[in-house]
Design a protein around this ligand. Structure first.
Ligand SMILES: [Zn+2]
Length: 99
């Protein structure tokens, strides 16, 4: 199993360095943050993690009205880098963060 290494797009902090997680398609951050959706729901690719300790450095926001929590860099607090879905108890980290 190869490793996945993701650093924060805003600072040198390592967000994730661990075994490569499964990739899933889930609704976009844009739709979660309340952008108007027209037509079929848009999806985006995420790494799916069940264990918050798999991350090196992550910060989890207070829940939004939808109960979804946003993930941000644990060091500079900038994000969102993904979100926590309480329905599936999944931490979803954007695949597009991989360089
Ligand atoms: Zn950062």
């Amino acid at each position: 199993m190869s490793r996945l290494h993701i650093t924060c797009p805003h600072c040198p902090s390592v967000v994730f360095s661990n075994d490569r997680p499964a990739v899933v398609e889930k609704r976009t951050l844009r739709s979660i943050l309340g952008a108007e959706e027209k037509g079929p729901a848009e999806v985006e690719r995420y790494y799916s993690l069940k264990d918050p300790f798999a991350f090196d450095n992550i910060s989890v926001s207070k829940p939004l009205a939808s109960n979804i929590k946003l993930l941000a860099c644990g060091e500079c607090e900038k994000g969102p880098l993904g979100y926590f879905d309480p329905a599936g108890k999944e931490y979803l980290l954007l695949c597009s963060l991989e360089k």
